[in-house]
Design a protein around this ligand. Structure first.
Ligand code: FAD
Length: 440
């Protein structure tokens, strides 16, 4: 079986930047990407910080000419918390103008750069698994030969699917969020919204943006179950979602859809897996965040830069836990700003009930849960439970079939969702306050 110093699984920005940086340090790096370069990608928006990161990596010259051809990202209009959009201009931001990119071309530019750094790209190999074998690690592609590697980097994106079969794999998802993506053809019609438009609706939120060549994309971000309830097929769900919007529907009126809408995962989650220094995760595979932040690519590039600074260091679970908790706090505050549909499942799941008065995880709450108290399942779990505890923890609670001591319950929750005991205790207290858990 062939062998390499570093095997990288994925084909996105985190993967390609990490591969190029490590190859430039002299490692024999092979990239395994399941899709061909022509695989479909969502068009995305980049903030100006991406240029800073690419310059730090030495990849700017390879990508800059591509970015110059993309529509500039100058204005954000945001109908969030009120039906009237607020406008934010790029010139008021410290780093200035960004880009609405063709993701396929952006990734292709990074791939070219990784090749010039000396990385080997094996593309179109189908889904790969990272496997533990003979005391080491190997990448096993669906097509083609497996490869032993001294070090393996999982950059396979949200949920870290490439590491799924590894012992200890643990993806701590906090929602089942998805994006319903519609692409619209170029049109002669004037666009009343020249730039990125964010619009909250009862089912979630829309964002829409210009694309190269005069095209437009629009994405309804919602939960998988909410989307299903919007209609029997993707087109009807798109129409129902648009009917609930005002500004998004107006901007797209009269434009032609390019093919049926597609659904993408967009759940927030963290990979709480530790396998020493021979295995690391970067980009969305390490921690995936809400598209609302609009900075997933910048985060992916930053994590590749961080990895290249200390390639031999073990993955740092404690730092990952802190980063995930901080991210959830920021996200909760942002969702708290939208209060028009407090009882709609999408919004209830994202708003801790007292977030206005205190930070997420209720830092001011006195932790008075008696560790020996026997707890049992009470009423059905409320939608808002997701704002307090990750999905694997809620699954443990929902499966309780007999009373359990509070400390044992916390132990069981910690095993599936190691987000810190304080956060778990506060979540359990909140469930007690709602009657979803009861003391017996
Ligand atoms: C709806 C939506 C809109 C978004 N909008 C924006 C935006 O406007 N701006 C922004 O900055 N970010 C945005 N993001 C986030 C951004 O897409 C990601 O954060 C970014 O792509 C992460 O890069 P990555 O390299 O970690 O993973 P990815 O880009 O997801 O790349 C993962 C790669 O791994 C490959 N792969 C997956 N599984 C396997 C396997 N088993 N074997 C081999 N290969 C595999 C995939 O084919 C893919 O090439 C958005 C995300 C979503 C869902």
């Amino acid at each position: 079986m062939p062998r390499c110093d570093v095997a990288v699984v994925g084909g996105g920005p985190a993967d390609l930047l990490a591969a190029g940086l490590l190859a430039r340090q002299g490692a024999a790096v092979t990239v395994f990407d399941r899709s061909e370069p022509s695989g479909q990608r969502i068009g995305e928006t980049l903030g100006a910080q991406v240029a800073t990161l690419l310059k730090a990596a030495g990849a700017w010259d390879a990508v800059a000419p591509l970015l110059e051809e993309q529509p500039p990202y100058t204005v954000v209009r945001s109908a969030w918390g009120s039906p009237e959009p607020q406008v934010s201009e790029a010139f008021t931001r410290p780093l200035g103008v960004g880009w609405h990119i063709d993701r396929q071309r952006f990734d292709a530019g990074l791939a070219e750069w990784a090749l010039t750094c000396g990385a080997v790209l094996r593309r179109g190999v189908g889904s790969c698994s990272i496997a533990a074998a003979g005391g080491g690690l190997a990448v096993v592609p669906h097509r083609g030969q497996p490869c032993w590697a001294d070090r393996v980097i999982d950059a396979s994106g949200r949920g870290a699917p490439a590491s799924h079969a590894l012992p200890g794999w643990q993806w701590v998802a906090v929602d089942r969020q998805v994006g319903l993506l519609a692409s619209y053809a170029a049109s002669e019609l004037a666009d009343p919204e020249p730039s990125l438009l964010l619009e909250a609706v009862e089912h979630g939120f829309w964002y829409s943006a210009p694309q190269p060549g005069g095209k437009r994309i629009a994405v309804l971000v919602t939960d998988a179950d909410v989307l299903q309830r919007l209609g029997p097929d993707p087109l009807q769900r798109l129409q129902a979602g648009l009917a609930a919007s005002q500004w998004t529907a107006r901007r797209l009126a009269g434009r032609l859809l390019e093919g049926p809408p597609r659904v993408f995962r967009s759940d927030s989650g963290w990979l709480a897996t530790d396998r020493g220094s021979s295995w690391r995760a970067v980009g969305d595979a390490a921690m995936a965040t809400d598209p609302l932040g609009g900075n997933g690519i910048a985060r992916a590039l930053q994590s590749a830069l961080d990895l290249a600074k200390t390639p031999d260091a073990p993955s740092d679970l404690a730092a990952g836990q802190r980063a995930f908790a901080a991210y959830r706090q920021v996200r909760a505050r942002y969702y708290w700003l939208e209060g028009r549909w407090p009882d709609a499942p999408f919004w209830a799941r994202r708003r801790p009930l007292d977030a206005a008065g205190q930070p997420l995880y209720a830092a001011e709450v006195v932790l008075d849960l008696d560790p020996s108290a026997a707890l049992a399942l009470g009423s059905a779990l409320p939608a808002a439970a997701q704002a307090w505890l990750p999905l694997p923890a809620l699954a443990v609670v929902a499966a309780l079939d007999q009373p359990v001591a509070a400390h044992q319950l916390i132990g069981a929750l910690r095993a599936v969702a190691p987000i810190g005991d304080r956060a778990l205790v506060v979540g359990v207290q909140w469930l007690l306050s709602t009657g979803a858990l009861r003391q017996v």
